[in-house]
Design a protein around this ligand. Structure first.
Ligand code: DGJ
Length: 732
């Protein structure tokens, strides 16, 4: 087991394959102190890193400066209101309205396995054991259990917290973050992912100044705008080398991810449910489980961080039966027809798709109620028989008869004001009593904190699925939360709303997995607004963005792949001029870029040029040839067009280093230049690889060492947005 208590040094010592995390409890008052997190070191007496022999000293030696001690000691989980003025991890209001919390160590347990988190997504099956530090605030009767689970092979530590009211008085949680980590500030920069609709997860790097710098969401979902992830990187760290700390939250609602540089040049990183608007009543005996945070450290640059996160998410978070299966190549009718379709139109797409080797038709928004545009019918999940006479069963049977699977779009969390559901249950929409809720895309959000509303919404999904042979669901969520109010919660407890909403979504998706274990679920939120590790616990793939332009996708997929495996990214070939940006890119390049995710089409294939149509069987074959490698391999980023504006390059290497696929996109053509020399990564230096230029079929044997140190020449081709693929196979 990689979790140990080293008696001789009084240290809790957590090791992964390449990292160590060290904790020490100090002073008679038993402050849980953070000693070290970083590159693996041998177990030894590392406690001096806490510098408790320097002023302001521990309180038992110098109670005069207790506040100064609190304000600079590296706490494993910072308290609130007693002298540590940095961002606290937990804040509690007592029955007198007073706030002061200081969790002190009371004991520990070491478990061989990682316990689950009730109602929450969580990683599982760790190989390194779990440390539970029992802490508490005796004055409040509060117990705080800090959980650290070690994924030794993946170099990841999962942290979460259980907060319990063990006293007899009611308590009110005002803040309950998932982790806090104090460290001495080296020369680090902050890397976060920001965006908006159609431009999710763009990489942003900035220096860390004094004070607090954060990203967060108060939108009820993780959001297009900011992301529950941050990395601290050495100023000189790049994709290959240099120190990087990565943090992400396994959660799908409001979050705060923050770093704070203190007066003493230390850093405090916190991650968890956003405290703004949050509150949770903790009656005597009550418990609160925070979502889990994943931490990793790498001295192999950003690439090392990404590969650790990919491995832990792929192998220890995603549960779907499809996790290790090659996903069916789908065609989605959204960008082909939008709301304007009927059985004949869908069947003409399906017939054409079947002939070209596509494996599944997904019917998107517009099949139910009176839905001809986005102004109506959400909540009325009965088939529009004018569009689809004979109903779903009839349509699905005909699609199946063509040899295609069938998938369906649904948005179960929503209700249109113009719907039978809303007319019957206006109080089921989230709203502040007496105030008209703000509309977004003409719709309201259902109050999923209420069991009867969840039961109804889930019942609709289940009965649609039972009505025909439906093998895939795209679960959409097209607006963010406003006007928070619910009859399920008395006024004082309204701060529980946003978290309870997320728990409601999780409960519904858990039921879906249990009742339909073979279903392929793809989450989606107006594009990629709820692309997070929380949702990956329920669906093995998530729609990355409504921006399907191949060049915009390079940037979106680069940011997404910083934290998530390629197997999770929904990516489609779409029409040109592209519907989001009007750009025209070669069909071939669109295919190459979509290969980096779960591959599919989203365009009117019946109206394609003969050349484009003829290209589809070859693209489908490429996907099948490379899908397992892309899903399971190690990801290496070689160049980023977001940085250099000229070209993009990334590769995937199989775990045994016997195969690799390199994707190169020349974004802008250059005049008068030689070929571009690309140095590959992650190969076996001693192997000799048969390098195949996929579009030309040319092959050549080259040593792994030469490919990595000297590189491979990629010739400039006329025209912008031109892609190339290289497939490498070790010669045996
Ligand atoms: C947003 C999704 O991202 C799109 O792909 C499409 O499903 C629309 N919603 C439908 O309303």
């Amino acid at each position: 087991m990689s979790v140990r208590f080293l008696e001789e040094y009084g240290l809790f010592w957590l090791d992964t394959a390449h990292t160590s995390y060290v904790i020490k409890v100090v002073d008679e008052e038993r402050f849980p102190g953070h000693v070290y997190y970083g590159k693996k070191i041998r177990p030894q007496d590392a406690g001096y890193l806490l510098r408790t022999e320097e002023p302001p000293f521990v309180p038992s030696r110098n109670n005069r400066e207790r506040a100064a001690f609190y304000d600079q000691f590296p706490f494993e989980y910072g308290g609130n209101g007693v002298g540590d003025y940095r961002e606290s991890a937990v804040a509690v209001e007592d029955e007198n309205g007073c706030r002061a919390t200081m969790p002190l160590f009371t004991g520990y347990e070491i478990l061989p396995k990682k316990p689950g988190l009730p109602g929450l997504p969580a990683t599982f099956d760790n190989d390194g054991g779990t440390l539970i530090l029992h802490c508490g605030d005796a004055h409040l009767g509060l117990e705080v259990d800090l959980l650290f689970s070690v994924f030794e092979r993946e170099d990841v530590i999962a942290r979460s917290v259980i907060i319990r009211n063990a006293g007899e008085r009611p308590l009110f949680l005002e803040k309950a973050l998932s982790m806090s980590l104090d460290m001495d500030a080296a020369d680090l920069e902050l890397l976060t992912l920001h965006g908006g609709w159609g431009k999710e997860r763009q990489i942003d790097v900035r220096p860390i100044g004094y004070g607090r710098q954060s990203v967060g969401s108060l939108r009820g979902e993780t959001s297009h705008q900011e992301h529950p992830f941050l990395a601290l990187k050495d100023r000189h760290a790049d994709q290959n080398a240099g120190e990087v700390y990565g943090f992400q939250l396994v959660y799908s609602g409001n979050f705060l991810a923050q770093v704070e540089k203190s007066q003493m040049d230390s850093l405090r990183v916190v991650l968890g449910i956003h405290p703004e608007g949050f509150g949770w009543e903790l009656a005597p005996g009550g418990e609160f489980y925070t979502p889990e945070a994943l931490l990793t450290y790498s001295d192999q640059g950003l690439g090392g961080m990404s590969r650790a996160f990919h491995d832990v998410i792929r192998d220890h978070l995603i549960r779907s039966a499809y996790r290790d299966r090659v996903r069916p190549v789908l065609i989605n009718n959204w960008e082909a027809t939008y709301f304007d379709f009927n059985t004949d139109r869908l069947l003409s797409i399906a017939e054409c798709a079947a002939k070209l080797g596509i494996e599944m038709l997904v019917m998107d928004d517009g099949w139910f109620g009176r839905r001809e545009d986005d102004s109506t019918s959400l909540g009325d999940w009965t088939v529009n028989e004018e569009k689809l006479p004979g109903g779903l069963k009839h349509l699905v049977e005909r699609v199946n008869a063509l040899g295609l699977k069938f998938g369906i779009w649904i948005e179960p969390e929503m209700v249109s004001p113009d719907s039978d559901l809303y007319r019957a249950h206006p109080d089921w929409a989230i709203q502040v009593p007496g105030r008209e809720p703000t509309r977004s895309r003409n719709q309201y959000v259902l109050d999923l904190t209420r069991q009867e509303v969840r039961d109804y919404a889930y019942g609709c999904v289940a009965s649609v699925l039972r009505s025909a042979n439906i093998e895939y669901v795209k679960w959409d969520m097209n607006r963010q939360l406003t006007d928070l109010g619910s009859v399920s919660l008395p006024g004082r407890r309204m701060g529980e709303f946003s978290h309870r909403y997320v728990l409601g979504v999780y409960e519904m998706q858990e039921r879906l997995l249990r009742d339909f274990p073979d279903l392929l679920l793809e989450n989606c939120s107006g594009g990629g607004a709820r692309f997070d590790a929380g949702m990956l616990y329920y669906s093995p793939q998530i729609w990355c963005s409504d921006d399907t332009d191949a060049i915009e996708r390079l940037k979106i997929q680069e940011g997404t792949a910083l934290a998530y495996p390629l197997s999770a990214m929904g990516a489609h070939v779409s029409a040109c001029p592209n519907h989001e940006v009007g750009r025209v890119t070669p069909f071939e390049t669109r295919g190459y870029v979509a290969l980096a995710g779960t591959f599919g089409y989203e365009l009117d294939i019946t109206g394609l040029s003969p050349e484009e149509r003829d290209a589809i069987p070859g693209q489908v074959a490429l996907y099948h040839r490379f899908a397992a490698l892309i899903q399971q391999g190690d990801y290496y980023r070689i160049a980023s067009c977001a940085e250099n504006h000229e070209y993009d390059c990334y590769m995937v290497v199989s775990k045994d280093k016997k195969e690799a696929l390199v994707t190169y996109v020349q974004v802008l053509a250059r005049p008068n230049c030689r070929s571009r020399m690309i140095r590959l990564k992650g190969l076996d230096p001693d192997a000799v690889y048969l390098v195949e230029r996929v579009e030309r079929g040319e092959t050549r044997l080259i040593g792994g060492d030469l490919l990595m140190e000297g590189g491979i020449a990629l010739r400039s081709v006329p025209g912008d947005f031109r892609g190339q693929l290289l497939y490498l196979k070790a010669d045996e």
